[in-house]
Ligand binder design. Structure first.
Ligand code: PMV
Length: 316
């Protein structure tokens, strides 16, 4: 009954926000930045104790049954067929900055579900894990598209399209040539549900305008898929720039994001855009071996709180 598991962070390459309205999006796992969960036997009669030192939290399930991670734990135990509350100690740690568009909540939730299944010797399919995490994400987002839990649970580059009635379209994404992204964190924390809620309000007010913007994003995402399949990094860069323009019109960019995006482009990035919910969080810049260092330095000089790098490998 000991288990240690982990789950990656993620970024959205293109298609955020429009994905909530049924358009496709492309998401990538960040395998080097992870959340971890472990389950160990706990003191008899205590029930479930959580310790999340990075989050600065410790709690007993019995004292906070409505906490999202308590609820997810109960839902997972139910799914595993465990009816009596066990005496266990759950420890959660994460390298993923919270509320920054890198999937911290979904990664913690995924690691937790996996750790519970492993500790009790049960097998949950990736789809089952993703579904449990989705239910938990609904508490944070209101209307999550499902892209975060999916890319994190499957840990591969995905093409994702939400369908309201039939199962979502989830496809592994063919990538012909590796490419590198520099990720710049504005340091401005932004809870995804806020921009998501604002976009919904604006869409309700002027559906024709927003549907047209979402269609424009969908067109960019389709072209990005073809560019990735051809290994055409230059075209991908221009598409990221077009996606950023649409996100600005949708109203989810911010001065801090735009300062980093402009700095990255001036330093030679092939393209740059915000990634995730917006209003804060992170931006991504497409770079090559010649520009990676200058873009990284330009982002730090422009005030990025943190700069990360990820190389996406070619796939079949
Ligand atoms: O969790 P974030 O901040 O990466 O944003 C998720 C992307 C959105 O499209 C804005 C929302 C969603 O549920 O897909």
């Amino acid at each position: 009954m000991q288990s240690h598991t982990s789950a990656p962070g993620k970024i959205i390459l293109c298609g955020e926000h429009a994905v909530v309205y049924g358009r496709p999006a492309i998401a990538l796992p960040l395998s080097k930045i992870r959340a971890r969960a472990s389950v160990a036997p706990g003191a008899a009669g205590i029930g479930i104790r959580f310790d999340a030192p990075n989050l600065g939290r410790r709690w007993l399930l019995a004292a906070a049954p409505g906490d999202p991670l308590s609820e997810l734990t109960l839902a997972t135990l139910k799914q595993l067929g465990i009816t009596r509350i066990p005496d266990i100690q759950i420890t959660i740690t994460s390298d993923i900055p919270i509320a920054s568009g890198m999937g911290s909540g979904a990664a913690i939730a995924t690691a937790l579900v996996r750790a519970l299944a492993t500790a009790f010797g049960r097998n949950l399919s990736t789809a089952e894990i993703s579904a449990l995490v989705y239910t938990s994400e609904q508490r944070y987002h209101g209307t999550p598209s499902g892209i975060d839990n999916t890319v994190i649970a499957y840990e591969q580059a995905i093409w994702f399209q939400r369908h309201s009635e039939s199962p979502h379209l989830i496809e592994p994404l063919p990538i012909a040539a590796p490419f590198t992204l520099v990720i710049g964190d504005t340091g401005v924390r932004s809870a995804t549900r806020l921009p998501v809620g604002e976009v919904r309000r604006r869409w309700q007010e002027d559906p024709a305008r927003y549907e047209a913007l979402f269609d424009l994003v969908a067109d960019v995402v389709h072209q990005a898929r073809h560019a990735l399949a051809r290994g055409d990094v230059a075209t991908l860069g221009a598409l990221l720039d077009r996606n950023q323009e649409a996100l600005e019109q949708i109203g989810v960019s911010s001065p801090e994001l735009e300062r980093l995006i402009t700095a990255a482009r001036r330093a030679g990035a092939a393209g740059a855009k915000l990634s995730g919910g917006g209003w804060g969080g992170v931006m991504i810049a497409l770079v090559d071996p010649e520009t990676v260092v200058s873009v990284r330095e330009a982002l730090l000089a422009a005030g990025a709180a943190r700069v990360l790098e990820t190389t996406v490998s070619a796939s079949a």
